[in-house]
Write a protein that binds this ligand. Structure first.
Ligand code: APR
Length: 168
């Protein structure tokens, strides 16, 4: 039974222990999934994020889920795509790995990710999907806390890309 799956939907609606937010390094909110999560979580999230004074690309920070159905939100700034020769692949893998590490440390059994960096940050979708699936699978090999990871894809193209990678 696979511990990694993809669905199409809105990550602010899923009921899991932790959802991951594709944030920016200020952690002060933005557009895309970051904006959707802040709107759904409510003003308490902004105040909770202020105390981190930002977060470097590839690292992750955890907050309560506030008004969301999930218990926690894990915030990670993915890399901006600059052509592929600026360590983008490794930084994206770090975002997935560090988010999973925080989920494990906080005893989360179910985790949901958006497609990090493939929107505003313009990371090529197929390349991001390969990195995400590979990194998550490697992590789950030695992790015994997380039962299931779900890639929540907002549109059919993204969903198809992750399904293809997961079914390889
Ligand atoms: N649920 C799930 N996925 C979503 C949702 C949602 N409600 N809204 C958007 N997405 C998807 C996008 O369609 C894309 O596939 O999340 C993926 C990541 O896109 P962005 O949100 O643009 O994130 P990213 O490319 O990592 O850029 C991050 O955008 O919103 C700002 O503050 C954020 O500066 C940061 C930058």
């Amino acid at each position: 039974m696979s511990r990694l799956k993809a669905i199409q939907g809105d990550i602010t609606q899923v009921r899991v222990d932790a959802i991951v937010n594709a944030a920016n390094t200020t952690l002060m909110g933005g557009g895309g999934v970051d904006g959707a999560i802040h709107r759904a979580a409510g003003p308490g999230l902004y105040a909770a994020c202020e105390r981190f004074h930002g977060c470097p690309t590839g690292e992750a920070r955890i907050t309560s889920g506030f008004n969301l159905p999930s218990r926690y939100i894990i915030h990670t700034p993915g890399p901006v795509w600059h052509g592929g020769n600026h360590g983008e692949d490794e930084l994206l893998a770090n975002s997935y790995r560090n988010s999973l590490r925080l989920a494990e440390e906080n005893n989360c059994h179910t985790v949901a990710f958006p497609s990090i960096s493939t929107g505003v940050y313009a990371f090529p979708l197929d390349r991001a999907a390969r990195i995400a699936v590979t990194t998550i699978r490697d992590f789950l090999k030695t992790d015994h806390v997380i039962d299931e990871v779900t890639m929540v894809c907002f549109d059919p193209t993204t969903y198809a890309a992750y399904q293809k990678e997961i079914n390889k």
